[in-house]
Write a protein that binds this ligand. Sequence first.
Ligand code: DGY
Length: 327
Amino acid sequence: MRYKVFVTRSIPESARKKLEALYAVEMWDSENTPVPRGILETKIEEIDGLYCLLTETIDEELLSRSKNLKVVSNMAVGYNNIDITAASKRRISVTNTPGVLTETTADLTFSLLMATARRIVEASDYLREGQWQTWSPMQLTGQDIFGATIGIIGMGRIGEAVAKRAKGFDMRVLYHNRSRKPEVENHLGIEYADLQSLLKEADYVCVMTPLTPETKGLIGKDELSLMKNSAILINTARGGIVDENALYEALVDGTIWAAGLDVFDQEPVDLNHPLLTLPNVTTLPHIGSASIKTRTTMAELAAENLIEVLEGRTCKNVINSEPQRRV
Ligand code: DGY
């Protein structure tokens, strides 16, 4: 076999077979335990292709150990776990899996929004814990979704898909993005707003932007203080975009009403994290794209991306466009 490939976790068989048909593949064969850093450091010295997940930090120090590495294929659309500059410097291509998880992630975002607004998890626990004594007028009352205003921060593919769902609920949709998108505005009937206006007017603020140095801590104390007391913050993008300490304070002192979080700054989140003590926080373990079909498609696409680069073919999912080295 011409090339050696290391896969950092157990992946669906269909994806694994694509790689094994062509290369000498080694896999960290575990569902639930990330590959230890020490093993990754050893493997990287001898491989041509790395197939990894968002749980691996692919930084300068790791990449500097590589000798033959040509491609890092991330099984995710987000790639904040990879130092793109360090990879480009070594002419290592980095690929991701855009497009295939858009609708599934938008479904989860909207589910989380609805679950948080209508206190679904809290209400279910209330029943199971034997607290349900009688029907009562204001018991477990939440916020309405239909006709409310949603503010979407980041109008990429997933932001658009969330906007479509919101329109189905007769919501007014505001969005904020680095650049305005007049075609999307016309097509979906949504309105551009600067960040401050969006935060002031929205009943639901959805964070849908990638984590970059510019978006790190984008939603902090000042931003939260602009939001309505009845507003709900939803984050299914990356934890680092929201200042978790400021969010905790805002939820405790009633600056905002609730939050739905699929992502955390540190994952898995520490069970003693203050946010987990609050009844007005609905939490999930980063499952935005977690449908069987979508995760299988992502795994296969990540394998195809890796193969395209190693075989010297054009790969449309290369993030750092020019590298394609040593092939
Ligand atoms: C991604 O792809 O970046 C998600 O966070 C996991 O699907």
